[in-house]
Design a binder for this molecule. Sequence first.
Ligand code: ADP
Length: 284
Amino acid sequence: MTMKNASTPLFFAGIDIGSTAIKVALVNEEGALVGEHTTDSGSLFHKNAQAALQTLLDNNGVERAQVRYLIATGYGRKLFKEADDSISEITANGIGAHEVGKRHGGIRTIINIGGQDSKAIEIDDTGNVVNFAMNDKCAAGTGRFLDVAARNLEIDLEELGDYHFMGTGAPLSINSTCTVFAESEIIGLLASGHGKGEIVAGIHYSIAKRTARLARRVGIDGKIYMDGGPALNKGLVAAIADELEREIVVPDAPQTTTAFGAALLARSEWLADQGQGGGDRVDA
Ligand code: ADP
């Protein structure tokens, strides 16, 4: 659907204020992704969210007034009072994954690992959430665990994926069920001379086992779509694929799919307000 009388192009934005990172995405009148931007959440969520949005607009030569509708999502969404609406990150994730999943023959099962939680989500063939399971009680299956492990191992977070495939031995088992104890366990393994590759692979399998349990709770249908920042880690993705014995599809920009979903919903809510359909989605 295209909009008439648009002498100045219009845009729609989604802002995902996560516990660890703020992600913003911009779509145009046709719902195509125009740009996205990611920054640390820091301690000043609201200020950092405003700055992230401004950076995205500046990077794409878009004025704030051209953004006709903005939806906030994520952990800190209620803080972003200037948003036109807010929705849960589960709903937004479903919409984003559904849209990206069209290029992969359709997606019904999503695994999202974030900075401080992890989720498995089942969506229907329109992207509506029908079921989900969430772990937000324990950091051990989340990005936080990877951040702590990378620091202990003195490896850049971005390099964990490469180390996963470097080990000469089998992945070591990390038995601690709590990040704090796992930290001591990792230091103990290093002190007894184990290689970083085997330790990293062990960490990834420990997260993968937890994630697999979560995914089995919602049920798995077809290919699995994985997003969230830790989906950038190819070693972790391989470990989860191995645990679940399934193909895992990772989008090009996995950290921003939820913001993209919020931007798409912003567009359809705006269209609904203009009497052009859409907008009838139930928040999960
Ligand atoms: P949230 O929405 O909860 O803030 P994100 O989906 O933004 O979480 O994911 C944040 C996590 O992503 C970080 O804790 C970090 O572990 C992971 N991450 C971010 N960038 C990378 C990267 N380049 N490689 C691997 N992991 C990454």
